[in-house]
Design a protein around this ligand. Structure first.
Ligand SMILES: NC(=O)c1ccc[n+]([C@@H]2O[C@H](COP(=O)([O-])OP(=O)(O)OC[C@H]3O[C@@H](n4cnc5c(N)ncnc54)[C@H](OP(=O)(O)O)[C@@H]3O)[C@@H](O)[C@H]2O)c1
Length: 294
């Protein structure tokens, strides 16, 4: 079913890394967007479903994007209840609310649903086996949405996001590298660095063609954390040495996949678009975000 109107509601669209990119991409394409945050809707309250239903009935959007998630992988280990609430229960409630309405639901998940034992990129046919509370909560969120059998929903897995937000690896590493002449970064975990702006635009390509089901969207190529950090430092010509270390030497209580590169071939098949290589996207982001440092 084509989307009923070019109005969209974006949960997490006021502050989130992906949420803000979605709002921008939608507006670029002429959509009327209502970005929401936790200040507008209390995801934890018993009346949340009714509040959301009333909002959707007033705004009559064609699409509801869920860019809200508990994304702090470390804290999720000790805060499982809240992680499950945002990553499993919230998407299930959103799905139930849109089920009887002409609203397409677009939900996001993560490469951390996989255990990282593969040596080749994960396809949408590969079986998830999450290693962490975060990964499990996101996987259970996927399952909850799929169980509703929504005919028009889109479930998009992505990975290693960077963009305009304090809350991402690239921004954090650059902050460190402005203060220090060297730093250690994990070099034995490999994934798919992805620009939130590219993810948002590619998501809208799927909406445009009425695609439905599960897709992976990531920038092309792969990197380990140290390689991503080194590329960011190189782009901004900072004088900071990146020393690759083993994950075993990094203080973390979370098991992360050693390899979680996502295969976006399914996305390319239906849209004929191949996402650009991550270093190209990273350079564009950094040069726009930090023009004085060029
Ligand atoms: N970041 C990554 O590297 C990455 C990798 C793979 C997949 N993903 C997936 O991509 C999607 C978007 O991720 P993102 O990085 O854009 O997320 P984010 O910026 O970390 O968070 C998105 C929004 O979630 C809301 N939120 C977070 N914690 C909350 C809490 N405890 N209570 C209430 N609201 C809370 C906040 O909304 P408000 O402050 O606006 O209320 C926040 O802006 C998620 O589904 C995530 O699992 C992300």
């Amino acid at each position: 079913m084509a989307v009923a109107s070019s109005k969209a509601v974006v949960l997490g669209g006021k502050n989130g890394l992906l949420g803000c990119a979605l709002v921008q991409a939608l507006r670029e394409k002429g959509w009327e967007v209502t970005p929401l945050s936790r200040v507008d809707l209390d995801y934890y309250s018993g009346g949340f479903a009714d509040d959301l239903a009333a909002l959707l009935d007033t705004l009559e959007p064609g699409c509801l994007f869920n860019a809200v998630a508990y994304t702090d992988v470390e804290k999720a280990e000790s805060n499982e209840e809240e992680a499950m609430l945002l990553n499993r229960r919230l998407p299930a409630v959103l799905g139930r609310v849109v089920k009887d309405r002409p609203v397409r639901f677009v939900h996001y998940s993560t490469d951390f649903v996989f255990d990282g034992r593969k040596k080749t990129p994960y396809t949408t046919d590969d079986a998830p086996a999450p290693l962490s509370v975060y990964g499990r909560s996101k996987y259970e969120g996927e399952q909850a949405v799929l169980a509703l059998g929504l005919p028009d929903s889109l479930l998009i897995r992505t990975a290693w996001l960077f963009g305009r937000s304090k809350n991402n690896f690239v921004t954090k590493i650059l902050d460190i590298c402005r203060e220090q002449r060297e730093t250690s970064v994990v070099g034995d975990q490999t994934g798919s660095p992805t620009y939130a702006v590219d993810l948002a635009r590619h998501s809208l390509e799927l909406v445009d063609i009425d695609a439905r089901g599960l897709f992976h969207i990531v920038n092309s190529g792969q990197a380990n954390w140290a390689e991503l950090a080194a590329e960011a430092v190189r782009c901004l010509q900072l004088e900071c040495m990146i020393n690759p270390i083993s994950h075993a030497d990094y203080p973390s209580k979370v098991a992360r996949p050693a390899y979680s590169v996502l295969d976006a071939a399914g996305f390319t098949r239906v849209t004929s678009t191949k996402p650009r290589p991550w270093p190209q996207a990273l350079r564009e982001y950094l040069l726009q975000a930090f023009p004085m440092e060029d």
